[in-house]
Each structure stands twice: as C-alpha cells, then as structure tokens.
Ligand binder design. Structure first.
Ligand code: PHE
Length: 454
C-alpha cells in the first residue's frame, strides 16, 4: 500500500501550487484571444460569473475528494466507493491529464523556442505575414520543436521527481510570485505604449449585445480549462493539503489568483495589440504571431526596451506552462507510486517516456505527419479536442455528480466546513450544495453539448 505521503507546507504553499496548476497557457494565451474574439469587456463579465458560480463549486468538489481521502484519483475513488464503477473515473482522470501534458509540452516547447529567439536574435519582421510564415515554418519543421518538447518535458520530470515538497512546492513558491511581478511589468509597458488607450477601454467598456449563448458557453469552458478542472489535478494536489486546512479558503485563494492573473494578462496583451493596429480577434495565433510582430514593430522606436519585454514575456509563458504541466505530471506519478508500487523516480521516467512519444506525434503532426488524421483532425488537434472539449467536461461532470449525489452530505459538509469549525463556511454551505447539485451539472451538460454541436 501507499508509502508515507508528503504534504504541502501550509495554506500559502497549497494555494501557490494550486494556482501554479491553474495559471498557465490558459491565462496568457487562451484567455486574451478569447476576450478578443468574443467581445472584450462583456466576455470578462460572464467569465467572472462563470468562475464563481460554476467553476469554484466544481473545484471544491474535486478538492473535497482529494482532501478527504489523501489519495490520488484512483485510490480516492477506491476509498470512497470501493468495488464500484467509479474506479473508471479514477482511471480516466489518470489518463486525461497525461494526454493534455503530451501536447501541452509541445506548446511549452514552442515557448522555449521563442524565448531562445527573443534572447539570441530578437524579432525583426516588417509585416505580420513574415512573422506568420516564420511561425508556420518553425512548428512544421521536425527537428527543433521536438528538441524543445524534449527539454520542456525533461524540465517537468526533474521537478516532479524531486518530490511534492522539495520539487513541486519549492518550484511554485519561487516561480509564482515572480510570474506576477513579470506580468505586471509587461502590463505597465503595454499600457504605456502610444495608441494603447483603445485597448484598455476595449477591456473595460462592455458591449452587452456581445453576450450570446455561445459566448456564455465559451466563458464557462474557458473557466473550466483555466482552473484545471475535471482531470484530477486539483484532486491530486488537494490530497497533499493538510487535514486541518480550510478547503474553501484555499479554493477562493486559487480562483482569485487565477482570475487576477488572467485579467492582468488581458491588460498586458490587448493594449499592445491595439497600439500596433492589429485586430483583437486574431485567435490562437495571438502569442506566437501577433506578439512577435508587435515586439518587432515596437523595436523600431525603442529597440532595447521591446527586446527586454519580449524576453520577459516568453519567460513568463515558459514558467507558467511549467507550473501547470507539473501538476498534470504529478497525477500520473501519484497513481504509479500509490497504486502500482513504483518508486517516484521510476514513475517519473515511465510517464516521461509515454508523454514524450505522444507529444512527439503531436509535434510531428504539424509537419511530416500532417496527413495522418484521426476523425478528420491532426493528431495534435485530436488530442486537444478530445481533452478540452470532452474529457475535461466529462470528468468534471462525474466529479460533481459523485460529490453532490453519491457522497454522504454529512461527509461533504464536514470537509467543507472543517468539521463545523469554520463559521463562514457553515454559512455558505447550502449555497455551495445547491450550486453543486443542480447548477453545475446542468451547466456542464450545456458546455458539453455546445462543444459537441459546434
Ligand atoms: N489550467 C491550465 C492553464 O490554464 C491548464 C491545465 C489544464 C492544467 C488541465 C492542468 C490540468 O493553462
């Protein structure tokens, strides 16, 4: 059975680790481009509501399972519902974060590549077409992206193999405050650019006609992804939180930091986009095409400053991606160590090999394997679609149903209120219970159907 389990040092350490998982490419890359595509301030308002009313209760449901059992996803299900089919949820949520990790590592690798370029050569294109074709050429070449994918995954392996306390906790404790400082510096630079003001008001003045059903579903889906829900990462990290810790406070802290970071990232990117005279709805190419072009363009007025900001920007992305990736990695390691009796070192190596292979296939699907299609999609797009559109929502739905309908209410209340000692938690328990049992499952089904029909 399980070896002696490690714990995070305290509430700050737990929040930093959970926020490390939550804050990632989802905040810096996905959130700003979705804001750009879905109508600026109006999207932000729905997003705030989605985080608090939908994602926070789901987050807490997952955290309650992990915190109650002090076990990884599979072990937790075996403890709370022994010998039932719920063990499949435990297994599913070992696999889905590892699939995400595989392609996430490819994008993490690209970020390392762009960081490398920003340090060595900088960005000098005179028009956006040149930047876009450089990007297309880079991701479709077989060699470099594979090398960077390997480096990224290796970095994760080194951190995870050092353990929960001396690896994951330590890394997040150093990195997370740094990320906040960096993104604020970039925001200040971006807002101070000539022509940035319309970008700021774009984020502040809502146009309510933009609130369509699909914008609402997109906001809910984004809050899901950004808070790492439905794939067992929150459950696993929560299983390392000390017994006497207040789960609601930890959840509020994590959601608060994640929101704050996404907003600052929006203010770091949109004003620069407007300053450079670019359409805000550039889509997924925003950080690898639009931004390098902006850095190149700004470089003509104050070259050294924009070169420095470009480096800081890609440092931010690389480290934000690392703190998220290690949380996915840890889910698999916890399973192999606790359920299969492997040493942490061996488990780390095994996961490295599996994710490296799948990630390599994803990476090559932009070049040599472009013609290999799964359900009409490239390997990369298939893995992305499978996980973010289906497995995350499906896992989230099952976690919510498990806590809301299968677990004993008294047990859930006990976890939520720290055994009845936390007064504020006692006061809001009924609201949580209602959101969990009724609002969350319905909302998840809506997201699921929207993804399915889209
Ligand atoms: N929340 C992370 C991000 O915003 C992504 C993630 C998804 C991390 C699922 C862990 C699990 O980038």
């Amino acid at each position: 059975m399980a070896a002696k389990r490690e714990h995070f040092g305290g509430r700050t350490a737990a929040i930093l680790a959970l926020a490390g998982s939550a804050i990632g490419l989802g905040n810096i890359w996905r959130f700003p481009y979705m804001v750009g595509q879905t109508g600026g301030a109006a999207f932000i308002i729905i997003y705030l509501a989605a985080c608090l009313l939908l994602s926070l209760p789901i987050f807490l449901a997952e955290a309650i399972i992990g915190h109650r059992t002090h076990a990884g996803t599979f072990g937790a299900m075996e403890q709370l519902a022994p010998g039932t089919r719920w063990k499949w949820l435990g297994l599913l949520t070992v696999l889905s974060p590892l699939i995400i990790l595989s392609y996430y590592s490819v994008v993490g690798g690209w970020s390392i590549g762009y960081l490398w370029q920003s340090v060595t050569a900088g960005f000098h294109a005179s028009d956006i077409g040149t930047v876009s074709s450089a990007y297309a050429k880079f991701i479709s070449s077989p060699g470099l992206p594979l090398l960077f994918h390997t480096l990224f995954l290796l970095g994760c392996a080194v951190i995870v193999s050092a353990g929960v306390k001396s690896g994951i906790e330590k890394f997040n404790k150093i990195t997370m405050p740094l990320l906040f400082v960096l993104i604020v510096v970039i925001m200040v630079y971006s807002i101070s650019l000539p022509g940035a003001a319309p970008g700021v008001s774009y984020l502040l003045k809502p146009d309510f006609s933009k609130i369509t059903p699909s914008a609402v579903a997109a906001a809910m889906g984004q809050s899901f992804f950004s808070l790492s829900l439905g794939v067992g990462t929150i459950l696993t990290y929560a299983s390392y939180i000390r017994k006497d810790e207040n789960i609601l406070a930890t959840g509020l802290g994590t959601v608060g930091f994640d929101l704050l970071f996404a907003l600052i990232a929006g203010f770091a990117i949109m004003p620069a986009v407007f300053a450079a005279g670019i359409e805000p709805g550039a889509g997924p190419g925003l950080i690898f095409e639009t931004l390098p072009y902006i850095f190149a363009k700004m470089g003509t007025s104050v070259p050294w400053l924009s070169a420095v900001v470009a480096v800081l920007f890609f440092v931010t992305i690389v480290f934000a991606a690392f703190t998220s990736a290690i949380s996915m990695y840890e889910v698999g390691v916890a399973y192999l160590v606790e359920q299969r009796g492997l040493s942490r070192h061996k488990a780390t190596v095994l996961i490295f090999l599996g994710c490296w292979i799948l990630g390599a296939l994803c990476s090559l699907s932009f070049g040599p394997l472009a013609e290999t299609k799964l359900f009409g999609l490239s390997i990369f797009s298939f893995c992305d679609m499978l996980t973010s559109n289906f497995l995350m929502t499906f896992g989230g739905l099952l976690f919510v149903l498990f806590v809301g309908w299968k677990m004993d209410k008294s047990v859930v209340r006990d976890e939520f209120t720290s055994g009845g000692t936390a007064r504020f938690n006692c006061a809001v328990f009924d609201a949580f219970w209602f959101l969990l049992r009724y609002v969350a499952p319905i909302a998840i089904v809506v997201i699921f159907l929207t993804n399915f029909l889209a």
